[in-house]
Design a protein around this ligand. Sequence first.
Ligand code: PLP
Length: 382
Amino acid sequence: MIPRFKPDINHKEILGLFNVQDNAVEHFENIFKRKFKAVDAIAFPYGRSAQWAFFKSLNIKNSEIIMPAYTCSVVAHAISLSGNKPKFIDINLADYNMDLNQLENSINENTRAIIATHTFGYPQNIEWIEDIIKRAEKRFDRKIWFINDCCHAFGAKWKETLIGSSGDVAVYAFNISKLITSIFGGILTFQDKSLASKVRSFRDKHYKSPSWNKKISRRIYLLLVYFLFNKKSYDFLWYLKENTTFLDHLTKSYHLDNKIHFPPDYLDLMLQVEASVGAIQLQKYDSIIRNRIKKAYEYDLTLPRKEGWIFPPIIKGATYSHYTVRVKNRAKVIKDYAAKGIELGELIQYSIPHLSSYWEDGYNNKFPNSLEASKSTINFPL
Ligand SMILES: *Cc1c(COP(=O)(O)O)cnc(C)c1O
């Protein structure tokens, strides 16, 4: 079975598990900020925890945070758990990003931040967002933070600007399904030193050293991932997934779409060993990105243009965290490809406002594109 995603890890990362410097996190932060054109970078145990910490550090609460209706649900969870409310905007079906035509009217006197997610690696028009924010700040006479969630958009560019190198703060995440991995983990990057130092003090005060147990189990986890993603063992994994609920149990504490929750260790510092792996991955980063772009172009040329299939746009500056096609009969397409030995992904099978924990009266018919994407997208292995 060809897996729907595969972390690019080899003996280097495995050696990195057993050769960890005491200042690995600091080192990772330093090389990361240079690579992603920021003045500071601060590491966290998860991307969601990083985003949560940003709101908490600045004491942003009882406010509205604008975000797209179709993205990873943890973005909304981080907003809710920090004591704020997500305000959803429907997406465009052309590139799966927040519909910027609806942005200006969604801002009100309660809005404190706007999150752009650059979904599937498609850069949003950041100049347009910045213009809207400037006007709104004048109108409501308050700061509105611009957050770039780069978890899908490592390396994407809007015109010549690297996504995440502008705005107030950028969020990156490194679990094994992301473009590069640090086992788990997340980072915030900043363009302003004093803003960063506020967040750093918050982290250093509220986050604690991980347990020994976790230091060991995270190493075992990456070893398992390394072995399970080779061909033979992945076939076995596939068998387990199709025939048992064993794997669901393993991922439950980490993520449930429909419940607003965080994993229990969300207030742990990033592990040194995670940073050690992350630093090794960062060296491969350019070739990983080049490869994904190449694969996306290949798919664009070679996938069969079946009736009713809608192909993703090929855009300059996009980095294709996922190559996503919309189809009518998703379950059948997935089954047909599985029979040919290719696992297709269903990355985001929900529209966040349609999840029961976020649903409100008045949402009826409000997010049609998000709903459509949640029902029809599949993604091909890159
Ligand atoms: C993966 C992801 C996150 C955060 O990931 P964690 O699992 O919390 O590290 C945030 N936003 C988006 C869009 C993501 O894809």
